[in-house]
Design a protein around this ligand. Structure first.
Ligand code: B4P
Length: 193
C-alpha cells in the first residue's frame, strides 16, 4: 500500500490536485471535507453536528472526523493505497491516523505540503465562492477564520511528520499542470527510494 497525505491551507489546491493524483496512481481519494459535505447534504446526525462548525470556518471535532476516516478505511479493504485530502488537520488526528494504519500493517509514505501565500488563498476561495454553493467560501470573515484555524491547529501537522522525514514541500502557485508535475516528481522519488 502507498499512502499519501496532501497537506496545505484552505484553498491551496488540495481538492484540485487530489483528483489528478488519484487518477494517475490508482489511489482511493479520502477527503474529509467532501465526506462531511455529503453527510450535511444527507441531513444525517453526523452532518448536522458538523454543519455549525463548518459554517463558522472552525474545525469539526476530532472524534467526529476520526470515526469517519476509520469507517472509510474499513469500507475500502482492497485499496492499493489512500490519498488523504484535508486530513489530518490536528496532531491528534495525525496520531489517530498512524494508529489506524498500523492496524492495517501500513503507514504514511509521504506528506506533500502545498505552499501558497495568504493573499492568493483568499483570492482563490472568494473566487470559488462566486460559483460554488459552499457557504464557507463566500464570506471573507469565514475565510479568515479558516486560515486562523489552519495556523493555530493544522500547521503543526507538518512538523509532526517532519520528525519522521516524510514531508516534501511543493510550491502551490503557478499553473495546475506545473504544480501537478512537481507533486508527481516527489511521489516518484519516494516510490523509487
Ligand atoms: P475542505 O473541504 O478540506 O476545504 P479546504 O481545505 O477549505 O479547500 P480545498 O482543499 O477544497 O480547496 P482547493 O485548495 O482544492 O474543508 C472544508 C471544511 O471542512 C473545513 O473548514 C472544516 O470545517 C471541515 N473539515 C474538513 N476536514 C476536516 C478535518 N480533518 N478536521 C476537522 N474539520 C475538517 O481549491 C480552492 C480553489 O483554488 C478552487 O476554486 C480551485 O479551482 C482553485 N485552485 C486550485 N489550484 C489552483 C492554481 N494552481 N491556481 C489558481 N487557482 C487554483
Amino acid at each position: 500500500m502507498f499512502n499519501i497525505i496532501l497537506f496545505g491551507p484552505p484553498g491551496s489546491g488540495k481538492g484540485t490536485q487530489s483528483e489528478r493524483i488519484t487518477a494517475k496512481y490508482g489511489l482511493k481519494h479520502l477527503s474529509t471535507g467532501d465526506l462531511l459535505r455529503s453527510e450535511i447534504a444527507g441531513q444525517t446526525p453526523l452532518g448536522l453536528a458538523a454543519q455549525s462548525f463548518m459554517e463558522k470556518g472552525q474545525l469539526v471535532p476530532d472524534e467526529v472526523v476520526i470515526e469517519m476516516i476509520s469507517s472509510a478505511l474499513d469500507n475500502n479493504p482492497n485499496a492499493n493505497g489512500f490519498l488523504f485530502d484535508g486530513f489530518p488537520r490536528t496532531t491528534a488526528q495525525a496520531e489517530s491516523l498512524d494508529k489506524l494504519l498500523i492496524q492495517k500493517n501500513t503507514e504514511i509514505a509521504l506528506v506533500l505540503a502545498l505552499q501558497v501565500t495568504r493573499k492568493e488563498l483568499v483570492r482563490r476561495l472568494l473566487n470559488r465562492g462566486l460559483t460554488s454553493d459552499r457557504p464557507d467560501d463566500n464570506n471573507e470573515e469565514v475565510i479568515t477564520a479558516r486560515l486562523q484555524e489552519y495556523e493555530r491547529k493544522t500547521a503543526a501537522v507538518a512538523e509532526y511528520y517532519s520528525k519522521y522525514g516524510k514531508v516534501s514541500y511543493i510550491k502551490g502557485e503557478g499553473t495546475v499542470d506545473k504544480i501537478f508535475e512537481a507533486l508527481c516528481s516527489a511521489i516518484e522519488a519516494k516510490k523509487v527510494a
